[in-house]
Design a protein around this ligand. Sequence first.
Ligand code: CUK
Ligand code: CUA
Length: 638
Amino acid sequence: MKSLKFFGLGSVMALLLLSGCKPKGTETAVTGDAAERVYVAPGKYDEFYNFVSGGFNGQVNVYGLPSGRLLKVLPVFSVNPENGYGYSEETKPMLQTSHGFIPWDDQHHLSLSQTNGEVDGRWLFANANNTPRVARLDLKTFKTVEILEIPNSAGNHSSPFLTENTEYVVAGTRFAVPMDDENGDVPIESFKSNFKGVLSFIGIDKQSGDMDLSFQIEAPGINFDLSHAGKKKSGDWFFFSCYNSEKANTLLEVNASQNDKDFIMAVNWKKAAELVKAGKGRKVVTEYAHNKFDESTHTATSTMKKEVIVLSVEDMKDAMFMIPCPKSPHGCDIDPTGEYIVGSGKLAALIPVFSFDKMIKAIADKNFAGEFDGVKVIKYEAALHGEVQKPGLGPLHTEFDGKGNAYTSMFVSSEVVKWNIKDLKVLDRQPTFYSVGHLMIPGGDSAKPFGKYLVAYNKITKDRYLPTGPELAQSAQLYDISGDKMKLLLDYPTFGEPHYAQALPAEMLKDQVKFFRIEDNKHPYATKGEAESKVVREGNKVHVYMTSIRSHFAPDNIEGIRVGDEVLFHVTNLEQDWDIPHGFAIKGAENAELLIMPGETCTLKWIPKKPGMYPMYCTDFCSALHQEMQGYVRVSPA
Ligand code: CUK
Ligand code: CUA
């Protein structure tokens, strides 16, 4: 195949549409001892926790590797009836935004917190694309404990990548949009003058992990797609892939052979933070929600923030640069040494690899090709380490094994390609089934990859599994990468649409997982013993202080409720055993159900609309007398 560079856009698009076609030689790909290598005997644990984005289902899924077993769906950006997330009064504030309560989002990327560039097992950050947000999950409880909305942003795709000591989590807007304090009701034709690309820097508290929108950078109005922070020598920098540079009006002819290039943008975040500290930047008035889950009450609160500091392109003139990168770069990945920056033009037939040292030298030597919307553009060759030639078609994302090798997903040619970072030689290629998007090596974007397995997350499944109607689950493939050649071990369906994923050794997490004790329950409506259960009326509001323990609720027969009352069932689970939740549901209540974990209190709000007899019951099979765990609520006319 000739270099795609010389193809017109039409033929490139035609190739893209070919995705899903069967790669050659697929039948021989599975290694003979694959079954043994992925078999985790009953009662045994997996080696790795694998956190996988849920895509358009908005959640985060936890798998075990190498078994590929789905262990849990963690609710983050979408309501989840399985555990009452977004239905209980305690969790509803987690989904508040400046647009009101949003029960759904599109979750693409995950980042495990890091110390010295290595995953540290403290928190997991997740982005929401549609209504721009970043969430933090606590890996002691596997709960979403914080969600921060991102103002001046739309399609929060370049997120939530983080610096090597988790100082900042970044969020870059995919859609260029007018700033929130400007009138957004402008002709779309005014794109070039009114639309901005904004990069957000969320400061992370070292101890608590609390997020705070420290500052934003108003960048040129192009699309920020993906990013990664530098590490070690490049640790002060963030690198963003940008596409759609044609929409802007000041694109320079960087040089004749490069007018089909977009950019990687390099941002010195340390300098940006210093500028803000020195008083640079303007205050932009806007509204964005900051939602926090309090671990002592197990109750979330939502606060509306009012302003943010925004640095301009001019403020950032010595701390923000662009490097040309061929044709619509997507992934932007930094090798474990921090020296190599891998771009990947989706429509290019090569992988450009930039050198951090060369980039710094080019800046010092003022080796610029011109400017793009006020940002200096470094000459392509001046920053280039080299190009991986003919790697395959449609390079998207790259991960690293810590042994000097990189692995890039090829969407169009449906394969994972292994190449050597130093000499840029392709070493191996294995087909994927089909059209791989992201791929993941445990720790594979950190300074210390664990390098034993690689998982490909594929966009198209086609003939891999028994047909289940017109829509099939996405597929994942697990490869052994411990040898010279990759070996396919396992093929399994996934939940939602996985994009990025992260993984870490199970040993780092499994013993820190905490369970909540009733002594620590500070919920204002907690009922700590069955004797204290009661029904308290306050005008139209009725508080039911309810307890649940195998196998009954108290109280379980409730009368005196009238149509139109606001009934609040505050159910406290008195169990003190691991993994004994009780559920709670009542006929006709729109707030689905609760799932109350041991020691916790959860509240279901119900406003009965008709008189009658309303059964309630426990939804989680908790004991031999689970079916007996039930009761009645009598509702009388108003
Ligand atoms: S994106 Cu999905 S394949 Cu949203 Cu990270 Cu590249
Ligand atoms: Cu409690 Cu079933």
